[in-house]
Design a protein around this ligand. Structure first.
Ligand code: FES
Length: 106
């Protein structure tokens, strides 16, 4: 059973900001999108680049290496050269902090 991992204080990430954290050995980007937090795997499904620092355009993040777009909400690949989705993770606000967990193998 996976555990919740603390990412940041509740108000640390402002809308449009992102932060990369290690969640049980998996790099995860947590993004504040218009006041709601989302978490996606920090590995592009095209060629393994880090998405950390990628531009946020609306509800999409752009891979810095070749420009593939991914949905921040669902992880879906929205443009070439990526065709496979990236993982998304549950996020919660608990006791004043933002937490994420990798529940893929629970
Ligand atoms: S590594 Fe991300 S688009 Fe190529």
């Amino acid at each position: 059973m996976s555990e919740w991992v603390t990412v940041a204080g509740r108000d640390e990430l402002q809308p449009g900001q992102q932060k990369t954290v290690d969640v049980d050995g998996v790099p995860v980007v947590v993004i504040n999108l218009d006041g709601r937090h989302y978490a996606i795997e920090d590995i592009c499904s095209h060629d393994g680049a880090r998405l950390d620092g990628g531009c946020i355009e609306g509800e999409e993040i752009v891979c810095p290496r070749h420009g593939a777009h991914f949905s921040i909400k669902t992880g879906a690949a929205l443009s070439a050269p990526a065709f496979e989705p990236i993982a998304t993770f549950p996020v919660r606000i608990h006791a004043g902090v933002i937490q994420v967990k990798d529940d893929r193998w629970d």
